[in-house]
Design a protein around this ligand. Structure first.
Ligand code: HEM
Length: 480
């Protein structure tokens, strides 16, 4: 899952500094004159560090030399748990408070469910926002999301893919064993877990057998996509886009390569579905099957091949690096906390003994659940969830939230909020065992941590099939 907030200070080349200084001085005068003429009431945005005209806070972020989430942590102690950053032409409203997140995403979920304007690169890869993670709130948003939740994420469907998971786990263990033997016991956790998850998601998505060469090629294509999706300075300052023609050309090339490669796999599956029995290795069901003839409200035709490429890519990308990153943090914490490791090992041994772990065993592993929850609290793999936007101007926490702002939920800040958690900096799974602390990971009962999205799927207007929010949903404090 790639987000606008994968932006880092390293994205800004120091060579730009002089250029921006001159540019900012020149344009600031112009802005000053223009803004004097404007008669509209100024917005009461959340507070934030003062920035420069045009570039806003871009330089401060770049010059801080810190990872973006650290920079945000520092600003939070100064400006509170809702504040504003002006990032070039974009306004980012950053929320690090579970109560505000709950109000926005649960109590007034329909109002905050939309997505902000995409940059041109993301527009190309999302097929003009035809994806679950990029669609603006409306008929496409609802059709795609409902299809994924009902057809892929239901518990019966998850069970159906058990064979795929079992075989990926066998391969993973085999690879780890061989790697350990060859490297005096050391293994590369993230690379191996990433490969296993990638294979599971490929099978769930395409439902066809792929040889190693195809899997490796797919991985290369996906990595190239993620690289070109990395935010660029001209995404925030479009005035600079003439300087980036080479990069734009590269974007087109990567998209072409992605479409060409993935359409051949899509057609293979289409053929297997149309001619049952023709491909003996084809699985009985895949995500693609739900998309071939998907009826999207307001559209006459089913998704095009390019749109199918976008939808398959988000499914695979959404789950691969997130899951692998979580596993890597998990192993790191078990190494750093041998007493946690020992307790976990004893629990697994007491339930499984010497046989192979079965998925069903996991249901009885109370301590394992606590470890995973603590892991997701302390190390939410994405640090921020994807950018949200409001469907109409509203307020939150007493501040204005304009329609064109990026609303960013800082899941790392929420999970380490000292107002909510005892010693939040400590990795302590026992906090969930003793009954002293708890958190509803879906966020419905209250948001104390939010490693995943929270809310909308459980909202009554989705269940009832109504996506159009009543105007009241956007009024401050109105519930559902
Ligand atoms: C530890 C594992 C995972 C974490 C922490 C994680 C986290 C997230 C987060 C934070 C979002 C953004 C939600 C929002 O801002 O609205 C998201 C979206 C998404 N995730 Fe995951 N995810 C994980 C695993 C997976 C897996 C295994 C899949 C695929 C089966 C997946 C598919 C998606 C998709 C398709 C989206 C976009 C749809 C949406 O916006 O809800 N994720 N995920």
């Amino acid at each position: 899952m790639s987000s606008a907030l994968s932006f880092s200070s390293a994205s800004l080349n120091p060579y730009y500094h002089l250029f921006f200084t001159l540019l900012a001085l020149f344009i600031s005068g112009l802005i000053f004159l223009l803004s004097r003429k404007s008669k509209s009431k100024p917005l009461n945005l959340p507070p934030g560090p003062p920035g420069w005209p045009i570039v806003g806070n871009l330089f401060q972020v770049a010059q801080s030399g810190k990872p973006f989430y650290k920079y945000v942590d520092d600003l939070r102690s100064k400006y509170g748990s809702i504040f504003t950053l002006k990032m070039g032409t974009r306004t980012w409203i950053i929320i690090s408070d579970g109560k505000l997140a709950h109000e926005a995403l649960i109590e007034r979920g329909a109002c905050f469910a939309s997505r902000p304007k995409e940059n041109p690169t993301r527009n190309i890869f999302s097929c003009n926002k035809f994806s679950v993670n990029a669609a603006v709130y409306g008929s496409v948003w609802r059709s795609l999301r409902r299809n994924m939740v009902q057809n892929m994420l239901s518990s019966s469907r998850i069970k159906e893919f058990r064979g795929v998971r079992d075989s990926a786990m066998d391969t993973l263990i085999d690879r780890l064993r061989k790697e350990a033997e060859a490297n005096s016991g050391a293994v590369w956790v993230i690379a191996n877990v990433r490969f296993a998850v990638f294979c599971i998601l490929l099978a769930m998505c395409f439902g066809i057998e792929m040889d190693d060469e195809t899997i490796v090629k797919m991985d290369q294509v996906m990595k190239s996509v993620l690289i070109v999706l990395n935010p660029r300075i001209d995404d925030l300052l479009p005035i600079l886009s003439p300087l980036f023609s080479k990069q734009r050309k590269r974007v087109q090339e990567v998209r072409k390569e992605q479409v060409n490669f993935m359409v051949s796999l899509i057609e293979k599956r289409r053929n297997a579905v149309r001619n049952p029995g023709s491909d003996k290795s084809a699985m009985s069901f895949s995500y693609l099957d739900t998309l071939f003839d998907l009826k999207v409200e307001g559209r006459k035709s089913a998704p095009s091949n390019e749109e199918l490429v976008t939808l398959c890519s988000e499914f695979i990308n959404g789950g691969t690096d997130t899951t692998a990153t979580a596993a890597e943090w998990g192993i790191a914490q078990l190494i750093a906390n041998p007493q946690v490791q020992a307790k976990l090992y004893n629990e697994i041994k007491s339930i499984v003994g010497d046989r192979k772990v079965d998925e069903k065993d996991v249901e009885n592993m109370e301590y394992l659940h606590a470890v995973v929850k603590e892991l997701l609290r302390k190390h939410p793999p994405t640090y921020f969830v994807l950018s949200h936007a409001v469907t109409e101007p509203t307020t939150l926490g007493g501040y204005d939230i304009p329609i064109d702002a990026n609303v960013e939920f800082h899941s790392h800040g929420i999970g380490e909020d000292p107002k909510v958690w005892n010693h939040p900096e400590k990795f302590n799974p026992d906090r969930f065992i003793s009954g002293g602390e708890d958190a509803d990971i879906t966020g419905v009962k209250g948001v104390k941590m939010m490693p995943f999205r929270c809310g909308e799927e459980d909202m009554p207007w989705i269940r009832a099939g109504h996506y159009t929010p009543s105007p009241d949903y956007c009024k401050n404090g109105s519930g559902i």
